[in-house]
Ligand binder design. Structure first.
Ligand code: NAD
Ligand code: UDP
Length: 330
């Protein structure tokens, strides 16, 4: 049997780099693609000399040319943290729309199967809890987060159109908050934010009253779910995440205990349209993929903290600590 080729966009990012590792481990030929807008070359340095890995620096919103066969495409390129997509809103809209269109065209030309990285943000600030795939969502199209949410909703729509109109093989994963090593210390998401603050001896910044909830999934569990979905025959959206829900306030206390910091929590304004609750209903993934998360928060957070601790103090202090006050969040 000939070796299969997979193209992974967003390869230098957090999830993309872990997916590259997984597909290399499974014996695939992996082509990574990234323009480094929010990613880091260091996330894939260890793969550069691997015989089955190659890398193309490219912005996926521009026409994509690949020589030879491609069997699978995983489209993970996109800013993913609220700070990032507030800072680069147009690029966020373009990568979800134009980028996805280019990748659908490439998949069609190569007769490849395309999996797109969608998100729990398609549910917006959800009125149904926990969120099932059948829920249509509650998104403010014109709010600051709309650039990400609507790009991802369009991405799902155009993917289903190619599936139905062209018979293209497609998969849609709705990813819920995922964490682990290789997150960017200054990407503004709550885990790198709190851990960076604890390591620098700063107070932990809770946005709002901290009663909003999230449910955090460790990266290895997420990658396993995505891998199974790609190889399944199911083309409608599937939630992948860990249903263990916690308030941000309680989560900050957990991080204070884990890191041993003597700092306290402080309260800042809640960003506009910040969802008040989020928990995936994973019944569908359990049923069709026989998948459920295996790594609890205590274990996953310890591995993640060890990773952040291992970074140089340069990385820790030079990383500008960004928060929403720098951006027009109205
Ligand atoms: P990340 O920022 O670490 O990675 C995104 C990567 O995409 C970066 O390396 C960036 O440089 C690259 N990229 C962005 N625009 C590009 C373009 N136009 N051309 C080429 N490369 C480009 O983010 P992540 O957390 O790894 O997220 C990866 C994907 O998963 C995103 O599509 C995101 O929407 C989705 N997702 C992630 C989460 C999560 O919790 N991590 C949750 C929901 C959805
Ligand atoms: N958050 C916080 N303090 C921070 C960063 C984030 O309280 O320093 C909150 C944020 O308002 C949200 C939750 O943590 O309610 C998760 O934020 P994140 O940016 O990680 O992801 P989201 O799920 O909102 O996309």
């Amino acid at each position: 049997m000939s070796i299969k080729t997979v193209l992974i966009t967003g390869a230098a990012g957090f999830l993309g780099s872990h997916l590259c590792d997984r597909f290399i481990k499974e014996g695939y030929q992996v082509i990574g693609m990234d323009n480094f807008i929010t990613g880091d070359k260091k996330n894939i340095t260890h793969l550069q000399k691997h015989a089955n890995f190659s890398f193309i620096k490219h912005d996926v919103t521009e026409y994509i040319k690949i020589e030879g066969d491609v069997d699978y495409i995983l489209h993970f390129a996109s800013p993913a943290s609220p700070i990032d997509y507030l800072k680069i809103p147009i690029q966020t809209l373009k990568v979800g729309s134009l980028g996805t269109h280019n990748l659908l065209g490439l998949a069609k030309a190569k007769e490849a199967r395309l999996l797109i990285a969608s998100t729990s943000e398609v549910y917006g600030d959800p009125l149904v809890h926990p969120q099932t795939e059948a829920y249509y969502g509650n998104v403010n199209t014109i709010g600051p987060r709309g650039v990400y949410d609507e790009a991802k909703r369009f991405q799902e729509s155009i993917t289903m159109a190619y599936n139905r109109f062209h018979g293209l093989e497609t998969r849609i994963v709705r990813i819920f908050n995922t964490y682990g090593p290789r997150m960017r210390l200054n990407d503004g998401r709550v885990i790198p934010a709190f851990m960076g603050q604890a390591l620098r001896g700063e107070d932990l910044t809770i946005f709002g009253d901290g009663l909003q909830t999230r449910s955090f999934c460790y990266v290895d569990d997420q990658v396993e779910g995505i891998y199974r979905l790609l190889l399944s025959d199911y083309s409608l959206p599937v939630n992948i995440g860990n249903p263990h829900e916690i308030t941000i306030k309680d989560f900050a206390e957990e991080i204070i205990k884990l890191t041993g910091t003597t700092q306290k929590v402080i309260f800042k304004d809640l960003p506009v349209d910040d969802p008040m609750q989020r928990q995936p209903d994973i019944s569908l993934a359990k049923k069709i993929l026989d998948w459920e998360p295996k790594i609890g928060r205590a274990e996953g957070m310890k591995i993640t903290f060890d990773y952040f601790k291992s970074l140089s103090s340069d990385a820790l202090y030079k990383s500008e600590h960004k928060d929403f006050s720098s951006y027009n969040n109205k």
